[in-house]
Design a protein around this ligand. Structure first.
Ligand SMILES: CC(C)(COP(=O)(O)OP(=O)(O)OC[C@H]1O[C@@H](n2cnc3c(N)ncnc32)[C@H](O)[C@@H]1OP(=O)(O)O)[C@@H](O)C(=O)NCCC(=O)NCCS
Length: 182
């Protein structure tokens, strides 16, 4: 796993550990909209999440980072409120993909998603010299599209009829953001 560990204001970012998986599963299964963060047309199982975790664990390019809220600065009192998953491109080390961002329902629309993505993008830019970031989003995810647009991601291309979700063929929209300087 590509290790990420840093804090930004009251948020702490650190690698997901095996003990966190049940909590992560609960986050993914909080509501039907989170299908957009999993790309699976059903509730996730513990086996699904273990499989995803193992894939990340064996790759030095992939990150699976927990977003923890900590009010008094101590790791012990921190609370898992979200997750970001992605990877540095295998062929072009100046590029990275953010494949999934998920914020606990109870903490959404408070600016935490924006703060978290900005923190991860800046960290990857400084620590690994990543200059270009890509995300892919399912066309039906209008909140997600607004979110990435607000984050300064621009439309790149569409892969038509990429997958079926809730019996609908959904396109996959790829967006990118370039960081001009470190
Ligand atoms: C998308 C997501 C990560 C945003 O996290 P968040 O912490 O709520 O985001 P922010 O509070 O920073 O909001 C940023 C922007 O996202 C959009 N947004 C977030 N929640 C929204 C909502 N309920 N309705 C409409 N727009 C919303 C808005 O454009 C918002 O900007 P604004 O506050 O100026 O209106 C979160 O909604 C989520 O986890 N969704 C489910 C999974 C998902 O779709 N992930 C993205 C695809 S991988």
């Amino acid at each position: 796993m590509l290790t990420l560990k840093f804090t930004k204001d009251c948020l702490m970012f650190k690698d997901i550990a095996k003990d966190d998986l049940e909590q992560i599963l609960n986050l993914y299964n909080q509501n039907e909209k989170n299908i957009y963060a999993t790309g699976i047309d059903r509730l996730m199982s513990l086996e699904d999440i273990h499989e995803k975790y193992l894939e990340v664990l064996v790759s030095s390019y992939e990150f699976f980072t927990g977003i923890f809220l900590h009010n008094d600065g101590s790791a012990d009192s921190s609370k898992l409120i979200g997750v970001v998953k992605g990877r540095i491109d295998y062929e072009n080390s100046e590029e990275a993909w953010i494949s999934s961002v998920l914020i606990d329902n109870r903490y959404q629309h408070q600016g935490i998603g924006t703060k978290s993505v900005n923190a991860i993008v800046n960290h990857l830019n400084h620590a690994y010299d990543i200059k270009k970031f890509f995300i892919g989003i399912i066309s039906g995810n209008s909140i997600g599209r607004c979110f990435w647009q607000n984050m300064g991601f621009n439309y790149l291309r569409t892969i038509e009829q990429y997958m079926t979700l809730n019996h609908h063929a959904e396109d996959f929209i790829i967006m990118q953001k370039e960081i001009s300087q470190k």
